[in-house]
Write a protein that binds this ligand. Structure first.
Ligand code: KG4
Ligand code: ZN
Length: 357
């Protein structure tokens, strides 16, 4: 039987409602919390492009210089957004929503992305969705398959944070542990700096560690419960190096790979031990890892070994979704948008944002 074609009334075809129901939705996401300028596009909830400009200039100063970071964001934001739109084959007039990191992060850096997002949303008459950077790191696990099932324990390890969070739903987070001082990424960066490695030292320590063995031991903080502490470890590396260099000024150059392997081993062991205790205590059988340090090959390997021995499920996203990126901001923003959670245009960036718990 031939199915008759239904020709829609021209009025309905032109109405906004009809267009919204039939047209794809395109969400633009922007990230600028620290030293990476990112933009991504989600089309109908699927990632269509993900562009990141990483500010290498901070290597010259051995750490992120906030004033320099915000100036670089200013230069990069427009080309990065244009590239993300181009790669997704989306024109700015096709956009249906804009999501942006509101915090936590550096005020000057956040200000650039957030002001840009607000202005664009206002100019195009689009809803604005404010995103918590830490929540976005966790929701990066939902950008691509396979996705963890709730509840899961998430270890978020970045340059500024080290947290253990029980994730019971897209909007149900329980913080069970966090660092009392330095973050795990900071521990990599600061001890790597003592070895003369460029900023950020984490990836350099990782690369060197692959050629060495963990033959040196440093002190590890014995913090009860699920909290972390890395400042004593950092001091112990400093004192050890001072002592060795006083005896042999070439000590670091002659032992770089073994020193890196020992530093990495110490940090990884602390992270793995804390995860295993929390999994057991909360009877959770799924572990997810997020944040820049989850790119660490030693951490990935150690957790994979534990997962296959103990039988828990392990989720670690692609490296490009682990370090700062706008795809994760888009994922978190998309979920909020579909749940009708929009932001007022009166909101300002919040460097200490803590919206999850
Ligand atoms: O999540 P992220 O990109 O930015 C923050 O929100 O902080 O994390 C950056 C941190 C830096 O401390 C960097 O050294 C560390 O992640 N990192 C690594 C590796 N890749 C990035 N640490 C150890 N091994 C790596 N392969
Ligand atoms: Zn981050």
């Amino acid at each position: 039987m031939e199915i008759p074609l239904v020709v829609a009334d021209e009025k309905i075809l032109k109405s906004k409602h009809y267009v919204c129901a039939k047209m794809p939705d395109h969400l633009l996401a922007i990230e600028s919390s620290c030293d990476d300028t990112g933009a991504a596009v989600f089309t109908n909830g699927q990632l269509a492009s993900n562009v990141v400009f990483s500010q290498l200039v901070h290597e010259l100063y051995g750490g992120v210089v906030p004033e320099v970071a915000s100036r670089r964001h200013l230069e990069a934001i427009l080309p990065v957004v244009k590239k993300a739109l181009q790669e997704a084959s989306v024109d700015k007039s096709d956009l249906t929503a804009i999501a942006c990191t509101r915090g936590p992060g550096l005020m000057g850096s956040l200000m650039v992305g957030y002001t840009f997002a607000k202005s664009l949303a206002k100019a195009l008459g689009l809803p604005l969705i404010s995103v918590d950077h830490m929540k976005a790191h966790i929701l990066a696990h939902f950008i691509e398959e396979p996705k963890p099932a709730f509840p899961f324990l998430c270890l978020t390890v970045s340059g500024g944070h080290t947290q253990l969070v029980i994730v019971r739903g897209f909007d149900h987070f329980e913080l069970v542990g966090s660092t009392l001082d330095d973050a795990a990424g900071e521990a990599f960066d600061k001890t790597g700096k003592l070895l003369g490695l460029p900023y950020p030292a984490g990836p350099h320590v990782d690369r060197e560690a692959q050629q060495g063995s963990p033959i040196f031991s440093f002190s590890t903080a014995n913090i009860p419960g699920h909290d972390f502490s890395f400042s004593g470890f950092k001091t112990s590396v400093l004192y050890f190096l001072r002592e060795q260099i006083a005896k042999n000024e070439n000590f670091v150059a002659e032992n770089l790979a073994n020193l890196c392997a020992s530093i990495q081993d110490n940090i990884v062991q602390t992270l793995v031990d804390k995860c295993l205790v929390a999994l057991q205590q909360y009877s959770i059988s799924t572990l997810a890892v997020a944040g820049g340090v989850s790119a660490n090959s030693g951490l990935r390997k150690a957790l994979q070994e534990e997962a296959s021995q103990l039988g828990f499920e392990l989720y670690i996203p692609k490296i490009s979704y682990c370090t700062d990126n706008a795809a994760m901001i888009g994922m978190a923003g998309y979920i909020d948008w579909k749940n009708g959670k929009f932001s007022s245009f009166d909101l300002a960036p919040d460097p200490r944002l803590r919206s999850m718990y």
